[in-house]
Design a protein. Structure first.
Length: 682
């Protein structure tokens, strides 16, 4: 009944290469934990589990022996002086969550030290050390000094209290509210291990479309129980706050942020929470968006709402993450402009413990979006990145797509807000404008499925999100490489080809769903599969035709100076580039321009032919993915091999569905035949 899928990237597979295994054994002879905090116990357990798995040897602990090759791990306060002196330089380079892994000599004997300013830092170092072995890296001469570049690194669970998960495709919510607080599922512990191993230090337990009940005493007891599981792993719990909670569970008549009773209600609530959970992280709020209540219901603005909550949390060290994903039903000219218009004028007015949480693009988690114009545009307001890990618009958990490619693209894009080189990552890590509070959130793809994410390949997106939240400058290629080695195998014949298909998978999905900047043409409501045609939804901007605007002349959304003017929300350099059809990157063409069907693309094809060829290319890319995976049987256990194979076959079928549906639909406007090389729809 073994299921390797459950173990995520913490497989700790036996290292079959005997030379390598023996080398490691020689270099790790004895474990020396320093201190006895819960976190150090966790670190020790993990080392024992990992080393036992990989080296086939049970490691006991001893105090430092005079012999060589002790693995010494503990925080600075516990280090003997002859060790800490040797590490003075490294200690100057790390922050509170950073770590040092170093080979040193003690009385002439070689030792490895994993240390940090805090025990959590030590735990991060231990996971990093285990990763070295998991990826078959030499530990002969180590000097590794690492610190997270972003402070708040959270998963956002859109989990409801009835255990449904909004936009979740991996089973039910892992939070078993009914049996909490007394029953602690092993999953909670393994969830914490997985997150700590990649540096995630916060979890927002419930949906942003919030139910105020989470803030009532019975639920807070349950939240407290989870916080106790997570604490040794450095993970804080956060909750979403329904803005109207004072009415719904507080018996007040209003939730007006200027009302004295409302202010007091939130202050009392904060005190009640911190009394139970002293290190509670804070509140995440979706207000005045998609029907959620908010300050605008009382003619107040985002600043009024966010600051009122921030004041309540401030003395306890809590933060407010106020979402910028807003769009009202009143202005339907261009939904992409609304967040910027509603937030940028307030730059500098939010309290110091408020982060404004912004999705990577201005519409909604599409296969490709230009970066959100708010990035770089609010120099005095900390902006938190929100990525979606769950695949609402990207084929749910059926389609295999490696999302760090998408995340990386956004993070590395230049906003030009402070001249060339002002990339999005620099706004997120605070370096662009010296912001001290920084954050990145990922909307979780985790559920109760045995393999957590419904598709083992999509574990890589949870993993990759965590890695990029730790260091937003990492390359998606390095992330894919280490994830594959940890999750499956170090065999080059496996890693190389599978890495290639992973790295190509994002572009494949763009090609067969929304090439050239098309967006939001998924079937309405559930967002699975193609649906570019008219739907009878109540709001025009929910209708796919609103986004592609295909007609006999051409296709695309004119957001330039002759259209919706959305380009004006970018820095002049960027706006000019997008405005001019010649300089607008072709990958974003139809996002910004309404383009004639016979417009000549850079490769000489007409737009219509080019589009058709892209749809075909996407299908071909998935075919390559299928074929490549089919040859990997020798490297993967039978169950994971078959599951991934089955899902890839479905993805292939559905890529052709996308191609055929979109081309047949758009052909009624273009009135042109399919070019050579594109398969005729059957
Ligand atoms: O992507 C859209 C989803 C909603 C979601 C909303 C949001 C949680 O369709 O399901 O609500 O975004 O981000 O608030």
């Amino acid at each position: 009944f073994a299921n390797d899928g459950y173990k995520l990237w913490l497989q700790y597979n036996y290292i079959k290469n005997e030379t390598l295994r023996n080398t490691y054994k020689l270099q790790i002879k004895n474990l020396n934990p320093l201190g006895d905090s819960e976190t150090i116990k966790v670190a020790l357990n993990e080392l024992q589990l990992g080393l036992n798995g990989m080296l086939g040897e049970a490691y006991a602990t001893n105090s430092i022996t005079t012999k060589e090759y002790n693995l010494i791990f503990g925080s600075k306060t516990h280090l003997a002086q002859d060790i800490s002196i040797q590490l003075a330089n490294e200690f100057n380079q790390i922050n509170d969550e950073g770590f040092i892994i170093k080979s040193i000599f003690l009385k002439g004997k070689k030792q490895i030290v994993i240390t940090a300013k805090t025990d959590i830092g030590v735990l991060y170092g231990v996971y990093h050390f285990l990763k070295l072995l998991q990826t078959n890296t030499s530990i002969e001469k180590l000097t590794i000094v690492e610190s997270p570049k972003i402070k708040v690194r959270t998963l956002n669970h859109w989990d409801n209290l009835d255990r449904t998960v909004e936009r979740g495709y991996s089973g039910a919510s892992i939070w078993d509210w009914h049996r909490l607080p007394d029953y602690i599922d092993q999953r909670y512990i393994d969830y914490a291990r997985a997150n700590a191993s990649i540096g995630i230090n916060g979890t927002v337990l419930n949906n942003v479309n919030a139910n105020a009940l989470i803030l009532t005493p019975p639920y807070l007891e349950k939240v407290k129980a989870l916080s106790e599981v997570f604490r040794p792993y450095g993970i804080k719990v956060y909750l979403t706050a329904r803005f109207s909670a004072p009415i719904e569970i507080g018996g007040l008549k209003t939730a007006d942020p200027y009302d004295a009773d409302v202010i007091k209600w939130w202050q009392d609530k904060a005190a009640e929470i911190y009394n139970l959970i002293p290190d509670f992280g804070g509140l995440l709020v979706k207000a005045n968006s998609e029907g959620q209540p908010g300050p605008q219901n009382y003619d107040r603005n985002h600043v009024d709402g966010a600051n009122m909550l921030a004041s309540a949390l401030e003395s306890f060290g809590g933060i407010v993450m106020w979402r910028a994903f807003v769009y009202s039903e009143h202005d339907t000219t261009d939904r992409a402009k609304q967040a910027y218009s509603e937030f940028v004028p307030y730059d500098g007015q939010f309290k110091d413990n408020v982060l404004v949480q912004v999705k990577n693009g201005a519409i909604d988690f599409q296969p490709r979006e230009p970066f959100h114009p708010m990035f770089g545009a609010m120099p005095k307001t900390p902006l938190m990145m929100e990525f979606q890990i769950t695949q609402e618009y990207l084929g749910f958990s059926t389609h295999s797509i490696f999302l760090p490619k998408l995340y990386e693209e956004t993070l590395k894009t230049d906003t030009y807000r402070k001249g060339k080189g002002s990339i999005v990552a620099k706004d997120i890590d605070g370096s662009l404008n010296d912001k001290t509070l920084t954050g990145m959130a990922g909307v979780s793809n985790i559920g109760s499925d045995i393999n957590w994410t419904g598709n083992v390949m999509l574990q890589a997106n949870w993993y990759g999100f965590g890695r990029l939240a730790w260091n937003p400058y990492l390359s998606s290629e390095d992330i894919a490489d280490e994830w594959l080695r940890m999750t499956f195998s170090n065999e080059e014949n496996f890693v190389k080809p599978i890495k290639q298909i992973m790295l190509a998978s994002r572009e494949a999905v763009v090609n067969y769903m929304t090439p050239f900047g098309l967006h939001h043409i998924m079937d309405t409501g559930h967002h699975y599969g193609p649906g570019p045609w008219v739907s009878n939804l109540s709001r025009p901007e929910w209708n796919p035709v609103y986004y592609h605007k295909a007609d006999k002349q051409g296709i695309g959304f004119n957001r330039t100076a002759t259209g919706s003017h959305a380009t004006e929300q970018y820095a002049p350099e960027v706006a000019n580039m997008f405005n001019n059809i010649e300089t607008c990157p072709e990958k974003d063409l139809l996002w910004f321009h309404h383009v004639p069907w016979d417009y000549k693309l850079k490769d000489g094809n007409t737009l219509w032919d080019g589009m058709a060829l892209k749809y075909q290319e996407g299908v071909n890319q998935v075919e390559t993915m299928v074929k490549t995976w089919n040859t990997m049987k020798p490297y993967v256990d039978a169950q994971r091999f078959r599951e991934i194979q089955t899902l890839l076959n479905i993805q292939y079928k559905e890529a052709t569905w996308w191609r055929d549906a979109c081309l047949l639909y758009f052909q009624q406007f273009s009135e042109k035949p399919l070019p050579k090389g594109v398969e005729k729809p059957t």
